[in-house]
Design a protein around this ligand. Structure first.
Ligand code: FE
Length: 301
């Protein structure tokens, strides 16, 4: 089992906070929270004070993904493993800890330059996260969802994410270069789906260029009605849906994709698969979807 329990939060740097507020609350059905940075937007999905923190910036990009550890013991063991592997580890100071409302935190860059934050001791928010649309997100021990991050060196990525961080390979998929906007090549392009808890995958690594640093974030809701209502809100608020509804082949998620104000996508789904590492066998998936998921031209999926 990985020392890392789940995907805890995303920190997004954005040029238009108001657009994000409207998108997060009115389209995604998240709840605006409060936090230490008055200029930031805090979006809640559950009893954490924020799952998506949007900070004003010069660019639209994923600043970091946050990964939760169970306790200080697990945290200390992960830091030791990172240092033994020769990874440059930056320990968070008081200001950063207060900003993220966690007890301990370190940050590292993965082999593709994706910034990761590892933390334990997150503060809870006792105010219920009830939005206007009654959306219920599936979080808990499955974390906030999954991220698909750009990664261009398959062997180095697997060494880091599996051997050092302890993620488990759950599935692999071979990508055809021409379908993701790359020139035809002779080396295989693997997309890797990795898990650290019961969620089928908490991260996928894909050799797909992403100017914002994130290909997509998946958030899961309790029911298909939550997904359908979100599709209606996309239409009403003119949020650019970039795929039809579909069901993924590997994690069974019924979902659609919508573009965020920061240029990356949200996969909004329900019915995702949970797995047990004691019995799970990592195989090769040869189809994105069982049905649906027709993407708009140039959507990059
Ligand atoms: Fe996904």
């Amino acid at each position: 089992m990985s020392l890392i329990r789940s995907l805890g939060y995303l920190r997004v740097e954005a040029t238009d906070i108001d657009a994000w507020r409207a998108f997060g609350v009115k389209v995604l059905g998240m709840v605006e929270g409060r936090g230490p940075d008055r200029s930031a937007l805090y979006l809640r999905m559950d009893d954490l004070p924020a799952r998506i923190v949007v900070v004003p910036g010069e660019r639209d990009r994923l600043a970091a993904s946050g990964w939760e550890l169970a306790d200080p013991t697990a945290f200390g063991r992960l830091v030791s493993a990172l240092e033994e592997a020769g990874v440059a580890v930056k320990t968070a100071g008081g200001d950063e800890l207060a900003d993220r409302r966690v007890a301990q935190m370190v940050s590292v860059d993965d082999p593709s330059g994706n910034r990761l934050e590892f933390y334990c001791g997150a503060a809870l928010d006792s105010r219920p996260a009830l939005g206007a649309y009654g959306t219920r997100f599936v979080t808990g021990d499955q974390g906030m969802g999954h991220v698909v991050l750009p990664a261009f060196d398959d062997a180095a990525s697997l060494r880091f994410w599996v051997d050092v961080l302890g993620f488990r390979l759950r599935d692999s998929m071979l990508l055809i270069p021409e379908t993701i906007g790359l020139p035809p090549g002779d080396r295989p392009l693997w997309m890797r789906f990795l898990g650290c808890g019961p969620r089928h995958h908490s991260v996928a690594l894909a050799p797909i260029p992403a100017p914002s640093g994130l290909i997509h974030l998946m958030t899961e809701t309790a029911t298909i009605d939550d997904v359908g209502l979100a599709m209606d809100r996309c239409a009403k608020n003119k949020a650019p849906m970039i795929s039809t509804l579909g069901r993924h082949a590997n994690d069974h998620m019924i979902s659609f994709y919508v573009r965020t104000p920061s240029g990356f996508d949200i996969e909004y789904g329900t019915g995702g698969l949970t797995v047990d590492d004691a019995t799970w066998v990592a195989r090769q998936t040869t189809a994105h979807s069982v049905w649906g998921h027709r993407f708009a031209a140039g959507a990059g999926h």
